[in-house]
Design a protein around this ligand. Structure first.
Ligand SMILES: Cc1cc2nc3c(=O)[nH]c(=O)nc-3n(C[C@H](O)[C@H](O)[C@H](O)COP(=O)(O)OP(=O)(O)OC[C@H]3O[C@@H](n4cnc5c(N)ncnc54)[C@H](O)[C@@H]3O)c2cc1C
Length: 552
């Protein structure tokens, strides 16, 4: 018996059938559809996916024909009795309840959108089901002039892009200080800059106090016009049924499960957004609502039910999102979380091109790697840019899952030809940089350390060309281009120096040269480009990056 017929539930059902032709498998689904592509819903709203049928990957009839699954849509499970091994089910929306027995029960009820108790919130739309998408798409096509999207997470930003695509003047409002909180601020601001550049207004660091007939009122009293208001402020695990049945919940309110997906009740399993996941870095569990994990867990739980050995598969939170022309992706923990958990870590920023710069079409990206300086363990990675971001994060996520050290990235033999990469792939380059740091060959300074070092007597030295320096530089820095450094040192004083260039590469060469000459120097990690985004993030002003039209 399976409750919930989408990602986790349907993966479990079809895997069970492949493993056991004799089993009677019933899937109970509350909505009118099974196996629908909820990840595609924002693109249906935007008209990118034109035909609603393209979202419906399966029908009950097709699932019966191929897998002999008994799929019952419009059937809501309202109670579970683990003692008698029965569930109570009724037609969605009301009606009589009947009892169905199970030998094994898989819960995959997903998550429910958060709905804060705000005045006027009943005016707000959410995007969770095909029915929600139909309604929102209808409204979007009805030519509203303005829209407000509350929440700048993955779904919020995808929705904003798709509403803006209809020519609707759209504002994203986010209570946190930045968009996309899984990213650290200096990468998130690049995404905010793209939104702003595409005409979407971004309000961060301010919550919504009230939803009115004509938009929203912010906590600071300003009003934002919105003929249409959509909320995507996150989800909570839908653990109501489990809780009512007395199943143990985890510390974050999700259903507690072991490595096989077993809950605290005999023969009851749970998967997907509703459960707490073992964390690949820390001890304990976290809530991660992602389709890959739900599908993986659905397959594994079917294996466990059929008596197969199941490998533990902790979760890293690898995710990706497209925001207009920019892709943002991440895996593992961000710096904020590492700091909060008291972990020791080092940071590397780089700004490579997606493929050989001399080959047409190369696009810039910004990469960030977080690792343990003692054992080299990769703790997290983030990327924002154009093409090639997805590949780099997936390689880094794989390296992390495989337990590769950060400096071991230098040795990865990755596919190369000019249209695809560079002979030293951006991931290799992160490995070289990690090696330099771990071996003590070269030390770096982070942008947020500059002020205190300068105050204690360090000199900021820009080794870019005079033209680059004139076009924009860190205030207070002196300029001696790298090629003139040997001759120009005399005029600079004894140091110590914080060296920087555009992205960190010339700065590294200059730092090594200064070391050779017996002069104390540290390189600014990620160079001027990282400093600029850290500066814009600290000021909460993505427009600074848009105005200068600085590449990512
Ligand atoms: C708009 C949107 C975009 C997304 N985009 C991405 C993306 O790009 N990448 C990504 O990784 N993830 C994305 N996700 C998240 C992803 O869809 C979920 O992580 C995944 O679907 C979770 O699978 P699940 O089986 O746990 O729950 P779901 O797929 O949500 O399925 C749960 C089902 O259970 C049913 N149900 C609940 N309670 C009952 C009950 N009592 N009786 C019967 N049926 C019940 C519900 O109707 C629902 O159909 C997106 C989600 C949304 C909403």
């Amino acid at each position: 018996m399976i409750v919930g017929g989408v990602a986790g539930g349907m993966s479990a059902a079809t895997r069970l059938r492949r493993l056991d032709e004799e089993a009677s498998i019933i899937v109970l689904e509350r909505s009118g559809h099974v196996s629908y592509a909820n990840c595609g819903l924002p693109y249906f709203v935007g008209g990118v996916i034109e035909d609603e049928d393209d979202l419906l990957l399966q029908t009950p009839e097709r699932l019966f024909d191929r897998f002999r699954l008994d799929v019952r849509v419009g059937s809501e499970v309202v109670a579970i009795d683990p003692a008698t091994h029965t569930v109570a089910v009724r037609a969605t929306g009301g009606g009589a309840t009947s009892e169905l027995p199970y030998d094994a029960l898989v819960l995959s009820p997903g998550a429910a959108p958060l709905r804060p108790p705000l005045p006027g919130f009943d005016r707000v739309r959410v995007l969770r089901t095909v029915e929600d998408a139909e309604q929102l798409a209808g409204r979007a096509r009805g030519a509203p002039r303005t829209a407000v999207v509350i929440g700048a997470g993955f779904v919020g930003l995808e929705t904003a892009e798709n509403l803006a695509g209809w020519g609707i003047r759209t504002t994203v409002v986010e209570a946190a200080e930045q968009v996309l909180t899984p990213l650290d601020p200096e990468l998130a601001v690049l995404v905010a800059a793209e939104l702003v550049a595409q005409g979407v207004a971004v309000e961060t660091g301010v919550g919504v106090a009230e939803v009115t007939a004509s938009g929203v009122v912010l906590a600071d009293g300003r009003t934002i016009p919105g003929d249409l208001v959509v909320a995507a402020i996150g989800v909570r695990p839908d653990a109501r049924l489990a809780e009512m049945a007395g199943l143990a919940l985890g510390p974050h309110g999700g259903i507690a499960v072991d490595a096989d997906g077993r809950t605290s009740a005999a023969d009851v399993y749970a998967v997907g957004d509703a459960v707490e996941k073992a964390d690949s870095i820390g001890v304990g569990s976290s809530l991660i609502a992602l389709a890959n994990i739900a599908n993986r867990q659905g397959r594994r739980v079917a294996d466990a039910i059929c008596g197969r050995n199941v490998r533990p598969a902790p979760s890293q939170g690898t995710a990706i999102v497209k925001v207009f022309a920019v892709t943002a992706a991440m895996t593992g923990w961000n710096e904020r979380r590492l700091r909060a958990e008291g972990r020791t870590y080092r940071v590397i920023h780089s700004h490579p091109m997606s493929h050989a710069a001399y080959f047409p079409g190369a696009e810039p990206m910004s990469l960030k790697l977080l690792f343990d300086p003692e054992d080299g363990a990769i703790l997290g990675a983030q990327a924002v840019g154009g093409s090639g971001v997805d590949k780099r994060i997936d390689v880094l996520a794989t390296a992390m899952a495989a337990g590769l050290r950060a400096d071991g990235l230098a040795d990865l033999e990755l596919a190369y030809a000019p249209p695809f990469s560079s002979a030293k792939d951006p991931v290799n380059m992160l490995g070289y940089m990690a090696e330099n740091l771990m071996s003590g060959e070269c030390d770096v300074v982070e942008a947020n350390e500059l002020a205190s070092l300068v105050a204690s007597g360090w000199t900021l030295l820009d080794v870019r060309s005079e033209d680059e320096h004139a076009a924009g530089a860190i205030p207070g820095s002196r300029n001696v281009p790298l090629d003139a450094l040997r001759e120009g040192l005399g005029a600079l004083g004894p140091g110590p120096f914080i060296v920087y260039c555009e992205v960190g590469q010339r700065g590294h060469t200059a730092t090594m040269l200064l070391h050779e000459l017996g002069i104390a120097a540290r390189n600014l990690d990620g160079g001027y480009r990282t400093w600029r985004s850290a500066d814009a993030a600290a000021a909460g002003d993505p427009h600074r990056l848009v105005r200068a039209e600085v590449p990512l």
